[in-house]
Design a protein around this ligand. Structure first.
Ligand SMILES: [Ca+2]
Length: 177
């Protein structure tokens, strides 16, 4: 499946697909996979074992520890003249409906947080099972004009009594004119 997606993108591969960067004409595509089988942002304090969506481990949080696993990318100066779209594809689970958690996309600069959106599943009533979250956000290059720009994508739960579990988060960053 992953290989098919790479071919479908019609991309010239710079590195192996599934964690790396790709160049399609002037567009730059970078991708990261977070499956909790190896170390990522917020890994140690959120990793749970058993009942994962894939493999053995997943990331679980609740309102007392609301930041789940994810990835924080500092944007290179060479990319700050481009707009960016962040494509998020992951799996989440909560014991009770409605599902209150989601996958946050945040943009931080030296001036503070400039963009914040929590992506949620299409159906918030599917309790106690892994549900797909697939969405994207586009960020205008005007927001990237700072000496320090970091894009964070991570599980986020700030409301409700139950836990938010998350696994198999695939993030694709596309930079384009
Ligand atoms: Ca896993």
């Amino acid at each position: 499946m992953k290989q098919l997606l790479c071919i479908a993108a019609g991309a010239v591969m710079l590195t192996a697909c599934g964690g790396g960067s790709t160049k399609t004409s002037d567009d730059i595509i970078i991708s990261e996979d977070i499956n909790m089988e190896h170390r990522v942002l917020n890994f140690d304090n959120t990793r749970k074992e058993g009942g994962a969506h894939s493999g053995q481990y997943y990331s679980g949080v609740d309102v007392s520890n609301k930041y789940g696993a994810g990835y924080a990318m500092v944007i290179a100066d060479s990319l700050k003249e481009k707009n960016m779209t962040v494509y998020v594809d992951g799996w989440m689970r909560e014991k009770e409906a409605p599902l209150e958690g989601g996958i946050a996309v945040s943009l931080s600069t030296s001036q503070g947080t400039k963009f914040w959106k929590v992506l949620v599943p299409a159906n918030k009533t599917e309790a106690n099972q892994w549900v797909h979250v697939k969405d994207s956000v586009t960020i205008n290059k005007d927001l990237l004009k700072d000496k320090f720009v970091e894009i964070g994508v991570f599980g986020y739960k700030d409301n409700g009594p139950d836990a938010l579990d998350m696994d198999d988060l695939h993030i694709k960053y596309k930079f384009f004119k």
